[in-house]
Design a binder for this molecule. Structure first.
Ligand SMILES: Nc1ncnc2c1ncn2[C@@H]1O[C@H](COP(=O)(O)OP(=O)(O)OP(=O)(O)O)[C@@H](O)[C@H]1O
Length: 248
């Protein structure tokens, strides 16, 4: 999928998701509009239960909205059949998770190559090595996850997420299982991926220091977007925005 100029990488319109029905219904997303341009690094923050995971699930095509649309580089996810949605998810969205989700018996390069192998690419290992190099792990390509630190394992996961050259990288608490030094390094890598490599990154985090690496901050509460602001790279900016919004 090539990115066309002027078409947002991601466009959400009127996104709504209600779990359950009747008196026990929970409105997890209550009319979310959001547009991301190529090269942005957006941090999403908000209190527990405000709808962040639901939002990522809908953007990642893992769950369907009750109303509204998700467009990825112009393609509306709701218009795709299951096979096309699976294909788009594998090629056009890179996922990075809190607990890395690497396969323990595979080496770093085998893990990073996995989405390409699933796609039948015969240059899978070559591309995986290229991405491991770019994320600073070229020297550990043949190590298994249990031979790598947490930060290194997350780098493998980032290489795997980038291997198919997706239009969007989704990161769900990518530093939540790391010590503060490794966490800052991974957040710095995500910033490099967006600002220097012009990839688009959407990250959910609870940590305002980690959010300070992003170029833009989206604050959520009760299934809605409360604030959406550009960040200036200072450590305090997300904390001040959270305070202003009454979320701290
Ligand atoms: N499968 C489900 N069934 C019923 N309610 C759900 C389900 N998943 C989430 N919810 C509810 O929807 C709301 C939003 O949940 P969600 O997990 O998206 O929030 P979150 O911001 O990711 O929270 P956290 O920061 O704790 O992960 C919450 O009230 C939650 O209890």
């Amino acid at each position: 999928m090539s990115q066309q100029p002027d078409v947002p990488v991601l466009e959400l319109r009127g996104l709504r998701r209600v779990y359950g029905s009747g008196t026990t219904a929970v409105t997890a997303l209550d009319g979310v509009d959001l547009s991301l341009q190529e090269g942005e690094f957006v941090a999403v923050m908000g209190p527990s239960g405000c709808g962040k995971s639901t939002l990522l699930n809908l953007i990642g095509g893992l769950d369907a909205a009750d109303a509204g649309t998700v467009r990825l580089a112009g393609t509306e996810l709701g218009s795709l059949d299951d096979d096309r949605l699976t294909e788009l998810r594998r090629r056009e969205i890179g996922f990075v998770f809190q607990f890395f989700n690497l396969i323990p018996v595979l080496t770093a390069v085998e893990n990073a190559a996995l989405p390409l192998r699933l796609d039948g690419r015969n240059d899978a290992d070559e591309l995986a090595r290229h991405w491991l190099d770019r994320v600073g792990l070229g020297g550990r390509a043949n190590a298994r996850p249990d031979q790598l630190s947490g930060g290194q394992q997350q780098r493998v996961a980032v290489a795997r997420a980038l291997a198919t050259d997706p239009v969007l990288l989704l990161a769900d608490e990518p530093t939540g299982n790391l010590d503060s030094k490794s966490a800052a390094e991974i957040a710095g890598l995500l910033r490099q991926i967006s600002v220097e490599w012009n990839r688009t990154v959407l990250m959910v985090t609870h940590d305002p220091v980690i959010a300070s690496h992003a170029t833009r901050l989206v604050l959520m509460r009760d299934g809605r977007i409360l604030d959406d602001l550009a960040l200036d790279g200072t450590l305090q900016a997300p904390r001040l925005a959270l305070e202003r919004a009454g979320l701290l």
